[in-house]
Ligand binder design. Structure first.
Ligand code: S3P
Length: 429
């Protein structure tokens, strides 16, 4: 098992991050959406993490020709997606599995989607159930709730679906299925979840329109979509670990360059700002999404906060935000966040047990938790195979040190994480 020992920072730092990992959500979608065109898509700065490379491999198993020079990729789609001669392995990626379910449900052929031991325990009913309602044939363990999932592509009926969860994965799976249905479909969610799918598909020429009554209208395109031509921005969720570092180490500051400033993705920075960090945003381009820089600097001790709204906009950053809460003055509260229980690990359990090991007082609720700020002591933390737990506790280690066990999972989303961390403190691996 790979382990990292993080030493406490010896002096304050000013870090300019030009190489934060490329956005994971957008990279997955690049691999998949290029299959919806009839011409080559050009993608620069594709995330070379295990999760997104698995999505890319699946695209080639479905017949695409993938040429890769470092992180620059050309994906030439086949005239017709082909039935692969092996299982499609999504690794650790819920996004990979759920979006491919929607994409393949209407494609002729038989497809088996599988993943690692963590992904095979995560609920797939949230996409399987609505897809079955529109005619998809999907089966798997626990009546189709657990992978491996077997999909036999079918003609799909148009739908009107109001989702019980605010999930971009569910929305994207349904949009991808809707593109292959016989006529227009409609999708609604209570809170707009991350909207890369809508933005990218619109950029490729699809008609996906958010109506005034909140229903998203999805029109099946009459011809193949235009190809993608995109430079993937940096991932704000990956950058956020270093934002927390700047917010908890006196005198520190961090610049995150060329990151997506999509409002559905930077809410955690707004929360950190409300807790007392100094944060500035500068947009310098708008291609598919607004892109720019974020500058975070320490501005005194953080204050406790209560979070109950916009949980879908914070879901990936709550583990790192919890480290900020553990350093803040007072008791912070998170509620309406039961979705944390079905992420790469049960993140309510993994965050709280980690913090307890560091001497921080917490209270667990079914849909959230309370954290009373204090001194984060050095401890040994097991990542539970969850990349965001490993990286969050690495940040906590900047204060008094930390040993993180089972760090291989960091490669799923942020392969150069420990290289960047080594610029501010000593890391022994
Ligand atoms: C993602 C959506 C989120 C997020 C995940 C990536 C995406 O999941 O947690 O890391 O790319 O669509 P849910 O949509 O299930 O909340």
């Amino acid at each position: 098992m790979k382990t990292a020992a993080i030493a406490p920072v010896q002096k304050t730092f000013k870090l300019i991050c030009k190489d934060i990992a490329a956005d994971k959500s957008i990279s997955h979608r690049c691999a998949m959406f290029s299959l919806l065109s009839d011409r080559p898509s050009h993608i620069r700065n594709f995330l070379l993490g295990e999760d997104t490379l698995n999505s890319l491999k699946i695209a080639s198993q479905l017949g695409a020709n993938v040429e890769r020079k470092g992180s620059e990729i050309t994906i030439t789609p086949p005239a017709k997606l082909s039935e692969p001669d092996d299982v499609l392995d999504c690794g650790n990626a819920g996004t990979g599995m759920r979006l491919y379910c929607g994409l393949l449900a209407g494609v002729e052929g038989s497809f088996v989607l599988t993943g690692d031991k963590y992904l095979r325990q995560r609920p797939m009913n949230r996409v399987v159930k609505p897809l079955r309602e529109i005619g998809a044939k999907i089966d798997g363990r626990e009546h189709g709730n657990l992978a491996p999932l077997c999909i036999r592509g079918q003609a799909l009926k148009p739908f009107r679906y109001e989702s019980p969860v605010d999930s971009a994965q569910v929305k994207s799976a349904l949009i991808l299925a809707g593109l292959r249905a016989e006529s227009k479909s409609y999708y609604k969610e209570a809170l707009l979840s991350r909207d890369h799918t809508e933005r990218m598909l619109r950029g490729m020429g699809a008609s996906i329109v958010l109506q005034e009554d909140g229903w998203l209208e999805i029109s099946p395109p009459k011809r193949p979509l235009n190809p993608l031509d995109i430079t993937v921005p940096a991932d704000p969720s990956s950058g956020f670990f270093f934002a927390v570092a700047a917010a908890i180490v006196p005198g520190a500051s961090v610049f995150i360059k060329n990151v997506t400033l999509n409002p559905t993705r930077i809410e955690a920075y707004k929360v950190l700002e409300r807790m007392g960090a100094k944060i500035a945003y500068e947009t310098h381009e708008d291609r598919y999404e607004p892109i720019g820089d974020i500058h975070i600097s320490y501005d005194g001790k953080l204050q406790a906060i209560s979070i109950e709204n916009h949980i879908a906009w914070l879901i990936d950053e709550l583990p790192a935000l919890s480290i900020a809460m553990a350093c803040a003055e007072g008791t912070s509260r998170v509620s309406n966040a039961q979705e944390l229980r079905v992420k790469e690990s049960d993140r309510i359990v993994s965050v709280l047990s980690g913090l307890n090991a560091c001497g921080i007082k917490t209270v667990e609720h079914e849909d959230g938790y309370e954290i009373t700020g204090g001194k984060i002591h050095a401890a040994t933390i097991n990542s539970c195979g969850d990349h965001r737990i490993a990286m969050s506790f690495a940040m906590a280690g900047l204060l008094e040190g930390m040993v993180i066990e089972d760090i291989a999972c960091v490669d799923t989303s942020f392969p150069n994480f420990f290289d960047i961390l080594s610029e501010i403190t000593k890391v022994d691996m």
